[in-house]
Design a protein around this ligand. Structure first.
Ligand code: NAD
Length: 321
C-alpha cells in the first residue's frame, strides 16, 4: 500500500466488507473514519458489534445516510479525506424483489451523492463496490470485464450497472479517479446473515433443514473476505483512473460443495429441503480475474474449505457470546 498515510472514508463500515476494510487500512497505518446508516436489513446488533470493535481500534463510525450529500461533503472536508472506499449499499438479490425503493435510495441516490461530493475534490481516489450481478443472464463463462452487461437478472444488478455508467460519466466529465470492483459472493467471519453460507450454518447447528435451490447445482465463485480486502487495498493504488474489475476467487463451485465444507467445519450433517430456485437468482458465477491481476496484483489465496473453516470458527465463538 506504499508509505503514504491516507485519510480514508469507508462508507458501509458497519457492514461485512466495510468492517474488514476499515480494520485493514487502520492496521496499515492510515487514518480511517467510517459512515453507515445502520439500516435494519439484517441484525443491527451485528453491525453494532462490528463498529464497537472498530471503535476500540480508534476508528469512529458516523451514523449517516450516504445519500445526504451536504453532510457527506462536510465530512469529507472536515476529515480532509484523500481516499474513499464506498461500500454502503442495499445489498442482497432477493430483497430487491420485495423492497425495490431501498435499492434506488441507497444504491442510486447514494452513489450520486458520493460522486457529487467527490466532484468538489477531484484528487480523491474512490474505490467502490459493483457486483458480479451485473453479468445477469450472461451464459459465457468465466465472466470477463469485456463481456456485455446489459441484461441484469434483478434490480440489484441493474443498480450496480447504473453505478458503473454513472462513474464513467463523472470520470469523463470531471477527471475523477473511480475504480469499481465487481465482487463475487464474498464470505467469511463477521459475514452477512442473509447470505446462504450463514443461513445454512444457523440452520445446521440447530438441526433444522436448509432450503436447497435447484438441487444444490447453482454455482458461485465464492471469495474469501481477506482476498477481497487485499483486492480493495490494491485497487486504492491502481495506476488507472477509471476501470471496473472482477474480484472473485476464479473458481466456480456448487452450493453442494459449500454445504459439504460447512458439514466438515461445523461437525454436523445438513438436512436438505429441495426447493425451486427463486426468480432473479443467477445459475452460475465465475470470475476471470486477469485484469485485476495485471493492473494491481490481485491474487486470491484462500480455498473454500479453508475459508469456511475460518468462518465456522468465528461463528461458533460469536453465537455463544
Ligand atoms: N458480500 C458480497 O458477496 C457482495 C457481492 C457483490 C457486491 N457487494 C457489494 O459490496 C458492498 C458491501 O457489501 P457487504 O456484503 O459488506 O454488505 P453489508 O450489507 O454488510 O454492508 C453494507 C452497509 O451499508 C450500510 N448502508 C446501506 N444503505 C446505506 C445508506 N443509504 N447510507 C449509509 N449506509 C448504508 C448498511 O447498513 C450496511 O452496514 C455493497 O455495495 C454490496 O452491494 C457485496
Amino acid at each position: 500500500m506504499g508509505n503514504d498515510t491516507w485519510n480514508v472514508l469507508v462508507t458501509g463500515a458497519a457492514g461485512f466488507i466495510g468492517f474488514h476494510v476499515a480494520k485493514k487500512l487502520k492496521e496499515a497505518g492510515h487514518s480511517v473514519i467510517g459512515l453507515d446508516n445502520f439500516c435494519p436489513y439484517y441484525s443491527v446488533q451485528l453491525k453494532n458489534d462490528r463498529t464497537a470493535l472498530l471503535q476500540r481500534m480508534g476508528i469512529s463510525c458516523v451514523t449517516q445516510g450516504v445519500e445526504e450529500t451536504q453532510k457527506l461533503k462536510e465530512l469529507i472536508e472536515k476529515e480532509k479525506i484523500t481516499h474513499i472506499v464506498h461500500l454502503a449499499a442495499q445489498a442482497g438479490v432477493r430483497y430487491s424483489l420485495e423492497a425495490p425503493e431501498a435499492y434506488l435510495q441507497s444504491n442510486i441516490d447514494g452513489f450520486l451523492s458520493v460522486l457529487e461530493a467527490v466532484r468538489c475534490h477531484p484528487s480523491i481516489v474512490t474505490v467502490w463496490a459493483s457486483s458480479s450481478s451485473v453479468y445477469g443472464t450472461n451464459t459465457k463463462l468465466p465472466f470477463s470485464e469485456e463481456d456485455r452487461t446489459d441484461s441484469p437478472a434483478n434490480l440489484y444488478g441493474a443498480t450496480k450497472k447504473a453505478n458503473e455508467l454513472m462513474a464513467y460519466a463523472y470520470h469523463h466529465l470531471f477527471g475523477m479517479k473511480l475504480i469499481g470492483l465487481r465482487f463475487f459472493t464474498v464470505y467469511g467471519p463477521w459475514g452477512r446473515p442473509d447470505m446462504a453460507y450463514f443461513l445454512f450454518a444457523e440452520k445446521m447447528v440447530k438441526g433444522e433443514p436448509i432450503a436447497m435451490f435447484g438441487r444444490g447445482m447453482l454455482r458461485r465463485d465464492f471469495t474469501y473476505i481477506d482476498d477481497i480486502v487485499e483486492g480493495i487495498a490494491g485497487a486504492l493504488s491502481c495506476p488507472k483512473d477509471y476501470g471496473v474489475y472482477n474480484l472473485g476467487n476464479s473458481h466456480s463451485q456448487s452450493v453442494h460443495q459449500l454445504v459439504t465444507c460447512l458439514e466438515t467445519s461445523l461437525g454436523c450433517t445438513a438436512l436438505l429441503r429441495e426447493v425451486e430456485a427463486p426468480a432473479g437468482d443467477m445459475v452460475e458465477t465465475w470470475a476471470d480475474i486477469r485484469k485485476a491481476q495485471s493492473d494491481f496484483g490481485y491474487a486470491p489465496k484462500i480455498s473454500l474449505a479453508e475459508g469456511i473453516d475460518r468462518f465456522a470458527s468465528w461463528y461458533k465463538a460469536y453465537r455463544t457470546v
